[in-house]
Design a binder for this molecule. Sequence first.
Ligand code: CTP
Ligand SMILES: C[C@](O)(CO)[C@H](O)COP(=O)(O)O
Length: 237
Amino acid sequence: MTSPRSWLVVPAAGIGQRMRADCPKQYLTISDRFVLDITLSRLMSIMAWQGCVVALSSTDRWWPASESAADGRIDTCVGGSDRADSVLASLQYLSGRAAEQDWVLVHDVARPCIHRDDVLRLVSQLADHPVGGLLAAPVADTIKEVTPGTQQVAGTMDRGRLWRALTPQMFRYGPLMAALHRGVRDDPESITDESSAMERDGQMPEVIAGRADNIKITVPEDLALAEFILSRQASGD
Ligand SMILES: Nc1ccn([C@@H]2O[C@H](COP(=O)(O)OP(=O)(O)OP(=O)(O)O)[C@@H](O)[C@H]2O)c(=O)n1
Ligand SMILES: C[C@](O)(CO)[C@H](O)COP(=O)(O)O
């Protein structure tokens, strides 16, 4: 079966505020490689993408020194002030090249532990899906609702209904661009991933169970955790 036309979008224009590092977290290093290069090299080795766009900050001064800058298959564009803006800018960059019904997979550059098996399963299980979907992991902890502005528990959520959204998230080019455009315009606070834009448009994306070690490097302790996960994966985990 020939794989459907699929484009790769990697939002990498964040500043990594929660990481409290002296550079954006995608340019922190693990085993002397930028997190960005670990993520991109993994993704580029999984399948033959129609194309790959990486959204960079307009103030990014690290990209030229990356391994990925030398990969002719990878294009870059200027991202926006929020993640959704950066993804939308990437889709707009593909205008004229991507067809309405082409698949687009969007993956956070801050998730370097992405496993090829998860991406291949996402693509194969959603290849004929009418909407698309996302990698996600069932919640393993009990989730408490807390009264805003306090430390008081307001209730316990039914975790049987809760999944942690991961990436890649996979939707068709035309519908995703339209949904993101409307979401960013009308309700930007609520659009924290591609699925939320599609849901806001009345669609019902599918969750595909993914590995719990597909972590997003967000706070300082995540870097060592990612290094450990990558080393375990390298020895066959
Ligand atoms: N304006 C933005 C903000 C985020 N991202 C990307 O979206 C992904 C997930 O975002 P997050 O983990 O929040 O990254 P940052 O925004 O950099 O982190 P922080 O919120 O701590 O500043 C990251 O790969 C980040 O580079 C982006 O492309 N453009
Ligand atoms: C897209 C995402 O990684 C799914 O969990 C998450 O929504 C990104 O959130 P962030 O605040 O932009 O890191």
